[in-house]
Design a protein around this ligand. Sequence first.
Ligand SMILES: CC(C)=CCC/C(C)=C/CC/C(C)=C/CC/C(C)=C/CC/C(C)=C/CC/C(C)=C/CC/C(C)=C/COP(=O)(O)OP(=O)(O)O
Ligand SMILES: O=P(O)(O)OC[C@@H](O)CO
Ligand SMILES: [Mg+2]
Length: 227
Amino acid sequence: MYNMDEWKHVFKLDPAKDISDEVLDQICESGTDAIIVGGTDEVTLDGVLQLLSYIRRYSVPVILEISNLESVTPGFDYYFVPMVLNSQNKKWLVDKQHEAVVEYGDVINWEEMYAEGYCIMNPESKVFQHTDCSLPTEDEAIAYARMAEHLFRLPFYYVEYSGKYGDPNLVEAISNQLSNTKLIYGGGISTKSQAEEMSQFADMIVVGNAIYENPKEALKTVKAVKK
Ligand SMILES: CC(C)=CCC/C(C)=C/CC/C(C)=C/CC/C(C)=C/CC/C(C)=C/CC/C(C)=C/CC/C(C)=C/COP(=O)(O)OP(=O)(O)O
Ligand SMILES: O=P(O)(O)OC[C@@H](O)CO
Ligand SMILES: [Mg+2]
């Protein structure tokens, strides 16, 4: 339906956070390639449905990044399924996903599902703590990327700095290892120049918190990477 290979910029909206209709309209009309709906905690079915019905008035593709089973609903274009590669607890790597497939395996439309191998690099972030991660060294993060590409053949490897701007040198080093697996970078992008810098290396950049903190600047990140 859509060509994800061409996506360079996505906004991530958190169903647990308040946003005005005005900002939501601007996000949907910004020219971004897609909108991801997702967050770490307090993601409810009500919150997800509210965002979905609003975004659906626009033509922008909309993806649910699944954080819990209770908030999964039909109606999205795609579903991204996180697998946290640097979690110390296999619950966040494979068990939660396995539980979902045991229960709903017969009704899943696999064409809509895309796995994301997450490498979470900010120890201060909620998601790092929630999923019991350990901080990888640069070499270890590169090794996860190699596994994502060559062993697991994942569609996406997600370098996640949630809430903090990350290290462009690491993102560059990781990008040099990936050919088929797409590299997603997210975390702390709040200006045009940060968006430009990370999109030199990542296939797709994700802008989340800046939407809530400084929507005017967040909107400018779209043009910065899509010139
Ligand atoms: C379409 C349909 C109705 C289908 C029915 C069948 C069905 C239910 C299919 C689902 C199949 C499936 C395999 C589901 C997986 C279920 C699941 C619970 C997987 C676990 C995912 C996981 C590891 C979650 C942990 C949290 C996490 C990594 C979330 C990702 C998003 C993320 C990193 C958010 C960061 O949050 P952020 O915004 O930075 O946080 P702040 O609030 O601090 O800003
Ligand atoms: O909220 P920020 O820090 O922009 O991060 C975006 C995204 O990677 C969060 O999952
Ligand atoms: Mg967020």
